[in-house]
Design a protein around this ligand. Structure first.
Ligand SMILES: [Zn+2]
Length: 62
């Protein structure tokens, strides 16, 4: 049984902390929260990631 997982290194957009995201074959992931892509310019796109801590903090604020 060889389960293939991948790793992504990203930075949290909010606090700048490095996040290590683990990707699974069923397209789920763990380690951070992905919100989509930001258009910086016509040619540049950035991925918007938040670390677990910032995600939790944001959720607490209502
Ligand atoms: Zn963060």
């Amino acid at each position: 049984m060889n389960v293939q997982t991948g790793k992504l290194i990203r930075n949290c957009v909010v606090c700048g902390r490095r996040i290590v995201i683990t990707l699974y074959p069923d397209k789920t992931y763990k380690g951070g929260h992905f919100f989509g892509k930001l258009n910086i310019s016509k040619r540049k796109k950035a991925e918007y990631w938040e670390c677990n801590r910032c995600f939790t903090n944001n959720s607490d604020v209502s």
